[in-house]
Design a protein around this ligand. Structure first.
Ligand code: NDP
Length: 341
């Protein structure tokens, strides 16, 4: 039965925990995250349709997605994704706050002057306070250092995160895009302070495999979870670019990071070949790409983006088949090794 939500008053699907969503422990912590989480980097900004964003958030929650990932600069304009989310928290999700894991981050450029980016305690503290106001929240569940700062002592950045937990503004702390070495250093500092790092948020997909080996080993050794951002390579690992660049796709817009020139003939050939493997598995390419990221349980959650409700529905169905045969994995390896990406 399809569960219909009232467009005005939202009541969550009573069966939201009876579907196929899986909850995985983030490293050696008490926190379970949905195997698929939803990020608000694109399509939830001031330039986007509020009603579409609201519909996606509702549908995601109804499907058992309990984790929503934000950052100070998501929009555009920067800050507007948090404002939009805050508005929807008020109208739709206030009764469900204790069922939600909401994260935010600071690290990239946010405001003018010397205190508007990177990793100083001054910037991180001001930014988290701004994020809480925009999102209409007393606390975030996870607060991240969004990128390593080469010029600020790691003790200061991680010390700031630790202070947010002590102040009750964040429950857990995370780091994003830190290298294996930087992660090892941050983990030690955090442990010494008494606030262990819960999770690392790196990019990871069939097209972006830098975490394999080094970083994943550091995370495993230290009992830290991971949430893979851009698991669909911003939409490349779906069937949408197989023929051309659809007008309503991310690559057709000039506001994002995915540019048309990334979709070369070689990439298209790889996408087509991967799509064939997915079809043989009875999955769409998007579903196989998510299953691949989640294979073997080293990754706690795949952090997807979406522009339409139907994409979230399709992507959650990836969880119906996360197993790969040796032969399928070998085929995928051969395709990924076949041409320059
Ligand atoms: P994905 O790789 O999941 O790409 C999402 C995009 O792919 C969608 O917006 C949509 O694009 C397309 N798509 C999704 N599902 C389907 C489908 N089933 N069929 C066809 N197309 C589909 O992730 P994002 O790049 O959006 O990043 C996800 C999240 O990761 C962000 O929201 C953010 O929370 C986080 N992130 C973190 C970063 C960091 O530095 N820590 C950096 C970047 C992201 P279209 O518009 O073309 O329909």
């Amino acid at each position: 039965m399809t569960y219909l939500t009232n467009p005005e008053l939202y009541t969550a699907n009573p069966d939201r925990y009876k579907g196929n969503m899986q909850y995985r422990r983030s490293g050696k912590s008490g926190l379970l995250l949905p195997a698929i989480s939803l990020g608000l980097w694109h399509n939830f900004g001031g330039i986007d349709s509020y009603e579409n964003g609201r519909a996606m958030l509702r549908r995601a929650f109804d499907l058992g997605i309990t984790h929503f990932d934000l950052a100070n600069n998501y929009g555009p304009p920067p800050g507007s994704a948090e404002s939009m989310f805050g508005q929807i928290m008020r109208t739709d999700f206030a009764p469900y706050r204790d069922e939600m894991i909401i994260s935010s981050k600071a690290g990239y450029y946010m405001w003018e002057g010397p205190y508007g980016e990177w990793g100083s305690k001054k910037y991180l503290t001001a930014s988290l306070d701004q994020s809480l106001k925009r999102m209409n929240l007393d606390y975030v569940d996870i607060f991240y250092s969004h990128r390593p700062d080469p010029n600020t002592p790691m003790e200061e950045t991680i010390g700031a995160l630790d202070s947010f937990v002590r102040q009750g503004k964040a429950l857990y702390i995370g780091i994003s895009s830190y290298s294996a070495e930087q992660t090892a250093e941050a983990v030690k500092i955090a442990k010494d302070l008494g606030t262990p790092i819960l999770i690392h948020q790196p990019s990871y997909s069939m097209f972006e495999r830098w975490i394999e080996g080094g970083l994943q080993n550091v995370l495993d050794e230290n009992g830290i979870g991971s949430i893979a951002f851009c698991p669909l390579a911003q939409g490349l690992l779906t069937n949408k670019y197989i023929q051309d660049v659809p007008e309503d796709s991310r690559a057709a817009k000039n506001t994002g990071f995915l540019q048309k020139d990334r979709i070369t003939d070689e990439v298209r050939a790889q996408i087509r070949a991967l799509n064939d493997v997915a079809s043989e598995r009875g999955q769409s390419l998007a579903q196989m790409a998510l299953a691949w990221v989640l294979r073997g349980e080293r990754v706690t959650s795949a952090l997807i983006g979406a522009s339409k409700v139907i994409q979230i529905e399709e992507n959650v169905k990836a969880l119906d088949n996360l197993d790969f045969s040796e032969e399928e994995l070998a085929k995928i390896e051969a395709i990924l090794a076949s041409e320059a990406k």
